[in-house]
Write a protein that binds this ligand. Structure first.
Ligand SMILES: NC(=O)c1ccc[n+]([C@@H]2O[C@H](COP(=O)([O-])OP(=O)(O)OC[C@H]3O[C@@H](n4cnc5c(N)ncnc54)[C@H](O)[C@@H]3O)[C@@H](O)[C@H]2O)c1
Length: 322
């Protein structure tokens, strides 16, 4: 069985390629050509109450591949200098059920999450926007910057993180990679989102920090950081004010605290979700997207995304004799 490490994943799958791959993935998912089971997410009984172990299976079809991402999320890992998400994607050949590859899941998650946000942003944000906000300056901030600059001509990036050191480190690195972009280090969420066009929330926060009254009335938000029913990044009022889109109805209504908490508080109705990314990609969203309103893409992350990336990376590695 082939083992494909992080460096090879990032060599084999560019952000441009990943955005196209995720588009086809969501079209296939919407048209039921590929499928997944809702993941098993366990909070580890380690007394910390925050470390997660998840198993995410998906099936891409008879003449393709299937498998599962098996991953941990340890939010405290940053202080140890290692990524918060660690694991592997195990890929099987659908012809005979044999395992063919074990692929680094941190690298796949890093790329595919941002590629999915970029795809949603391309559908939901205005075309001529220039200003991007990143809240949370960790791994996902890096990949979101790379992916969103593939689909919009970003000139200014506002960055906020609870940790001043991470914010500084992120900006110093990004300035070298993107000399054409102005980076602004912000000392509050409010400052970071003021008059911004695209806002990505990429934190491991438990309590909501992003408020409606701080945001431009036509901003687009990618709410990415939290994926459990009891954690969220956006306030109920903001969720109630936006045109809501999800990566998957079933997963969102099981896992997204951003959605489930305001519904439980009776501040949001289930019918408030106007579409999924699959419907957007397949051209099936019936409601007109109102770009004069706040649009919100709430993603919990799907196994089909991981398996489509794993298949692509494996096949490309075979072609390139890696
Ligand atoms: N939806 C998905 O598909 C998906 C995929 C991957 C990761 N995630 C989640 O996205 C989040 C970011 O992932 P990452 O790999 O970049 O993690 P990371 O640990 O590298 O970075 C998270 C950053 O958020 C900052 N932070 C925490 N709380 C904050 C707050 N209230 N305000 C501002 N900053 C805050 C931390 O200081 C840290 O720098 C994690 O919660 C992760 O579980 C979601």
């Amino acid at each position: 069985m082939k083992i494909i490490r992080s460096n090879d994943v990032t060599q084999l799958l560019s952000f441009q390629e990943a955005i196209q791959l995720m588009k086809q993935c969501f079209i296939d998912y919407e048209n039921k050509k590929i499928s997944q089971n809702i993941r098993t997410v366990a909070t580890l009984p380690d007394g910390e109450g925050k470390n997660i172990f998840a198993v995410m299976p998906a099936y891409l079809g008879k003449d393709r591949y299937f498998g599962a991402k098996v991953i941990t999320a340890f939010p405290g890992n940053r202080s140890l200098g290692i990524p918060s998400h660690l694991g592997e994607v195990l890929l099987f050949d659908s012809k005979n059920g044999s395992p063919v590859a074990l692929i680094d899941a941190n690298a796949i998650t890093w790329i595919r999450t941002a590629a999915v946000s970029a795809l949603a942003t391309d559908y939901l944000a205005k075309k001529d926007v220039r200003k991007l906000t990143l809240i949370g300056a960790g791994q996902q901030a890096e990949s979101h910057l790379a992916a969103i600059t593939c689909i919009r001509d970003i000139c200014e990036v506002l960055v906020y993180d609870l940790s001043e050191e991470r914010r500084r480190h992120f900006i110093n690195k990004a300035k070298k990679q993107y000399p054409q972009i102005t980076f602004i280090s912000c000392t509050s969420v409010q400052e970071a989102v003021h008059q911004s066009d695209i806002i990505c929330t990429l934190t491991s926060a438990k309590e909501p920090f992003l408020r409606k009254e701080w945001i431009s009335p036509d901003a687009h938000i990618n709410a990415i950081g939290t994926f459990t029913p009891d954690t969220r990044e956006l306030t109920s009022e903001l969720m109630g004010a936006g045109q809501l889109f999800v990566d998957d109805y079933a997963a969102a209504f099981q896992e997204s605290g951003d959605l489930l908490i305001p519904i439980a508080e009776k501040k949001l109705d289930e019918t408030a979700v106007v579409g999924s990314l699959g419907e957007l990609a397949a051209g099936k969203v019936k409601t007109k997207i109102d770009r004069s309103k706040i649009t919100i893409f709430d993603a919990v992350g799907l196994a089909v995304e991981d398996l489509c990336c794993a298949e692509y990376i494996y096949q490309k590695s075979e072609e390139n004799l890696i």
